[in-house]
Write a protein that binds this ligand. Structure first.
Ligand code: CO
Ligand code: CO
Ligand code: CO
Length: 327
């Protein structure tokens, strides 16, 4: 779901009192969840944005991985998808064809069927998908279940925002972007399946609000605070280099910072570069999972064994004045 002004507007809506609505617009979670029967609930989500890289096929793959991610974050299994397309009249249709080829191949990898979509004419390309998934009503994983004592596990490195921004501005060689592209193309399917099998307390995926924005949503929805350990945080090495120059910063770093304001406390040992990377907007980022302490080792081992680059990046504590402390 949108992580922007829309979230604020949705929070103003009257509460919907449908007993089958498990996760709705007011929850600031990744997707809506509606119970159909005692065994099946549907998960609905939507994501779209302008190209973050030039190659249309790769952009399609990343867009699909990103849109599917909200279903995975809720512990669901994606099943159906619909295209959302904005496309300029003066551009060659083969570009759109390549975007959709990339997207469809990624959907196939996820076992998802493309069932249609809608396109409009626009000045700038925008592409994304609405995805429908399934989940057991009692196995929905929201961002509201984190408990004091939980370990925080992150499943992809941070820094794709600054890397793709530098690429757009011609400040980085295409071969130095490859790691970030592979990461954005990677599905969160294995991480989702593992957390579903082992049982965890909360999950969300890291996208436009950056690590801290999405961690903050989880902390506030759960009524807890968090300690984040910067030395354990996985950053792309190239991102650490690029973030030093303000001209490489995505604009959203600043707005993400302003949005979180006084709810974050940073200890003196943390560098400005590290902080900026924690605010860096991600596309198709990893899952942030709150795992009960006694299960954290097995979750970490299972993720690593499945080829997921998992890191334990902090812990959940009792709620206090500062919501997130960065050490
Ligand atoms: Co979303
Ligand atoms: Co999300
Ligand atoms: Co969620």
């Amino acid at each position: 779901m949108g992580h922007d002004a829309l979230a604020q507007v949705l929070r103003q809506l009257p509460e919907v009192t449908d007993k089958n609505l498990l996760v709705g617009a007011k929850h600031a979670d990744d997707a809506g969840v509606y119970k159909l029967t005692d065994d099946i609930a549907v998960v609905n989500t939507l994501d779209f944005f302008p190209p973050i890289i030039d190659d249309p096929y790769t952009f399609g793959q990343i867009s699909a991985a990103n849109a599917l991610s909200d279903v995975y974050a809720m512990g669901g299994i994606p099943r159906l998808a619909m295209n959302i397309v904005a496309f300029p009249a003066n551009l060659d249709l083969s570009i759109l064809q390549e975007i959709i080829n990339g997207s469809t191949d990624k959907l196939k990898e996820a076992g998802v069927i493309l069932v249609g979509g809608h396109s409009i004419e626009d000045k700038e390309i925008k592409y994304g998908l609405s995805v429908t998934g399934l989940v057991h009503p009692q196995k929905v994983i929201t961002n509201a279940g984190a408990r004091p004592g939980d370990k925080l596990v992150l499943t992809k490195p941070l820094g794709v925002g600054v890397i793709t921004t530098a690429l757009k501005r011609g400040k980085i060689k295409p071969e130095d972007v490859q790691g970030a592209i592979e990461s954005m193309k990677a599905l969160n399917d294995k991480a989702s399946q593992i957390m579903q099998e082992i049982g965890v307390n909360a999950c969300t995926d890291i996208t436009g609000f950056g690590f801290l924005g999405h961690a903050m949503e989880m902390a506030e929805a759960s009524g807890v605070s968090m300690i984040v350990k910067v030395k354990d945080m996985p950053f792309f090495p190239k991102a650490i280099e690029l973030i030093k120059k303000a001209k490489n910063h995505p604009k959203t770093i600043k707005s993400n910072k302003e949005y979180l304001g006084g709810r974050v406390n940073v200890s003196d040992s943390v560098t400005p570069e590290q902080i900026n990377l924690l605010y860096d907007p991600q596309t198709s980022g990893g899952l942030l999972i709150a795992v009960p302490l006694e299960k954290s080792q097995i979750v970490f081992e299972r993720l690593s064994h499945a080829g997921v680059q998992a890191s334990v990046v902090g812990e959940v504590i009792e709620k206090r004045g500062v919501v997130i402390a960065i050490e």
